[in-house]
Design a protein around this ligand. Structure first.
Ligand SMILES: *[C@@H]1O[C@H](CO)[C@@H](O)[C@H](O)[C@H]1NC(C)=O
Ligand SMILES: *[C@@H]1O[C@H](CO)[C@@H](O)[C@H](O)[C@H]1NC(C)=O
Ligand SMILES: *[C@@H]1O[C@H](CO)[C@@H](O)[C@H](O)[C@H]1NC(C)=O
Ligand SMILES: *[C@@H]1O[C@H](CO)[C@@H](O)[C@H](O)[C@H]1NC(C)=O
Length: 229
């Protein structure tokens, strides 16, 4: 019986691979209907590694973040997706079903140009969000939502290509302690006390290095009482 079940399992696995291959043959770069596996044993080839509470998908080539973690008892506290050529972050498509325990999401060094509205709203314990070295040109309060603002303490947008901010951009991030905006030269005209509003009252560290700051309004940071620049 055990052997039979195992056989069915292997068959199922093989047919899944076939289906995925077929979809790929149709020229679609991302296979969103399918999922990737993580934390498998030697039998299964998995792209992401699991160690303690860290899911490490760095340089794994995963674009589809609908990741199925095989080990039921593995708790993801930190998920790393560095250097994976990811272009879009989609709502309910990042570790679906496993969002509840995630405290840190790290998407450094990808090609992200777009984040769907509410993408991070399922992550009810998230504290750290790293989006540095990507290709974002804008972000707004539909991504940095009130739900996200309830837990987020650290947000890094270093080395993107932001061209605008609005007074609403950071308005929900009331717990934020670190905000990294370094290496975004297009942002300078937007640095003023409306952007850095009283909502950011818990901010302790604001990184604006390499933003080509030459002229700043005197009171640009007047709302930020505890900040070390
Ligand atoms: C797993 O994580 C622990 C603690 O962070 C570390 O000491 C260990 O080297 C890691 N193991 C592997 C295989 O990476
Ligand atoms: C999960 O369960 C497996 C076997 O049931 C065990 O070997 C492993 O140590 C457990 N891992 C954790 C993180 O509890
Ligand atoms: C996301 O929110 C923006 C407002 O910031 C809105 O213009 C846009 O239509 C929304 N996108 C979707 C897909 O709902
Ligand atoms: C930096 O600002 C100066 C003047 O404000 C401008 O001439 C220069 O092109 C800017 N550099 C970059 C890299 O944006």
């Amino acid at each position: 019986m055990k052997l039979f079940l195992f056989f069915c399992f292997i068959l199922g696995y093989l047919s899944r691979i076939t289906v995925a291959e077929e979809i790929r043959d149709e020229g679609s770069e991302e296979v969103l209907s399918d999922y990737n596996y993580a934390c498998g044993d030697e039998l299964m080839e998995t792209k992401c590694k699991c160690n303690e509470t860290v899911l490490n998908c760095d340089s794994s080539g995963v674009k589809n973040l609908n990741i199925h973690i095989i080990a039921e008892n593995f708790t993801v506290k930190s998920a790393k997706f560095n250097n994976d050529y990811i272009q879009i972050l989609r709502k309910r498509k990042i570790l679906p079903g496993r969002e509840y325990s995630v405290q840190s999401l790290d998407f450094q060094h990808n090609w992200i140009t777009e984040i769907e509205n509410g993408t991070f709203d399922e992550f009810l314990k998230i504290e750290t969000l790293i989006l540095s070295n990507n290709r974002l040109t804008k972000i707004d309060e539909n991504v940095l939502t009130e739900t996200l603002g309830k837990t987020l303490t650290s947000l890094d947008f270093k080395e993107n290509n932001f061209q605008q901010l609005s007074s609403k951009t950071f308005m929900y991030l009331k717990k934020l302690e670190f905000l990294g905006l370094s290496d975004n030269p297009g942002l300078v005209p937007y640095f003023n006390k409306n952007i850095f509003s009283a909502s950011l009252k818990n901010l302790k560290h604001l990184d604006l290095s390499w933003c080509n700051i030459s002229i700043l309004e005197d009171d640009a940071f007047s709302n930020l009482r505890q900040v070390f620049l």
